[in-house]
Design a binder for this molecule. Structure first.
Ligand SMILES: [Zn+2]
Length: 324
């Protein structure tokens, strides 16, 4: 475990530079910490696409934010306002539960991607970063036995009200028994955590042999990211997102943790038209204006959008599953 203590108060030894926070948490002066590459430990990096504090390890190619605010400061953003915010382009969601039907459709798509890898009739599943429990609902409806972990008290209160077993904390804070799960899911989570290598190692410990880890995360190696460079929406979420993975870098980290990477799938999501307008506005005012006209004629329309810049990675803890 390298620097999982980042979840507590900033360490005295960390290089600290007063700075003004990015839009995700807005104009709050906090201490910044410098971190080595989370995969290989190298300290030497170069800048990426002229995006402030976005760097790439010269040794292994991992892209990350450095320096960055301590996670204890970042964690505060995940309370109520994160799930109802005005500027989701820079992090958060407009109104998470109001988009329930669209999020369910998105997760049903992801269940489809995992289906042939997951074994057992009623797999025991852990959803890390479960938020208000929408994936838990989809998994329960599919016959799974899901439970959740999240750091947001606001979100967990909603998941608990739906009858789910949930725990508050990061995956590294809470204590779960070894080899307890058939599936671990992390939807749009790993890019937020301060120590992804430690999270992968913990997932490996928690999964039964033959168990599946499913991760979705923005794909920094996608065509869209490579063409748009600093203008890619993915790189606009600095500090909310701390790491930006490509197929190559995430596979290297998963293999280092003992996983066997089985498959990459470029996945889309279902978005209500106004949500899509909000994202398009960032790239093209004209396209956004046109979509807004469509929304006037066909309100409540949701469409499946797949710009092919989000990946789902399926990885397996090698070994034969236990009997029963
Ligand atoms: Zn590295």
């Amino acid at each position: 475990m390298t620097h999982s203590e980042a979840t507590s108060a900033p360490a005295e030894t960390a290089a600290q530079v007063p700075a003004v926070r990015h839009a995700a948490t807005r104009r709050v002066a906090v201490a910044m910490e410098h971190v080595p590459c989370n995969h290989c430990g190298h300290q030497v990096t170069h800048g990426v696409h002229n995006v402030s504090r976005l760097v790439q390890c010269v040794n292994c190619g991992l892209i990350f934010v450095n320096p960055r605010p301590a996670f204890a400061d970042l964690a505060r953003q995940y309370e109520g306002s994160y799930f109802h915010c005005a500027e989701p382009t820079f992090g958060g969601y407009e109104d998470y539960e109001a988009d329930h039907a669209d999020i369910v459709r998105t997760f049903e798509g992801r269940m489809g991607v995992m289906r042939d890898q997951v074994r057992g009739e009623r797999p025991r599943a852990l959803d890390v970063g479960c938020a208000t429990g929408i994936f838990l609902e989809v998994a329960r409806d599919a016959g799974w036995q899901p439970e959740g972990v999240d750091i947001s008290a606001y979100a967990l209160a909603r998941a608990e009200a739906k009858g789910f077993k949930v725990q508050r904390g990061t995956l590294l804070d809470i204590e779960l028994p070894e080899a307890a799960f058939d599936v671990i899911t992390m939807w749009d989570l790993i890019e937020h955590v301060p120590d992804p290598a430690a999270v992968f190692a913990e997932c490996h410990r928690l999964l039964k042999p033959g168990g599946v880890l499913a991760i979705s995360t923005p794909d920094a190696g996608s065509v869209l990211a490579r063409v748009l460079r600093g203008r890619w929406l993915g790189f606009r979420s600095i500090d909310e997102h701390l790491y930006f993975f490509s197929h190559r870098t995430i596979a290297a980290m998963l293999e280092h943790a003992g996983f066997e990477v089985r498959r990459f799938v470029q996945v889309g999501k279902v978005l209500a038209l106004p949500r899509l307008v909000e994202r398009m506005r960032f790239y093209s005012r004209i396209a956004a204006l046109l979509l807004r006209q469509v929304d006037r004629v066909m309100p409540r329309l949701s469409i499946h959008v797949n710009p092919r810049d989000t990946m789902v990675v399926l990885a397996v803890r090698p070994g034969e599953p236990p009997e029963g």
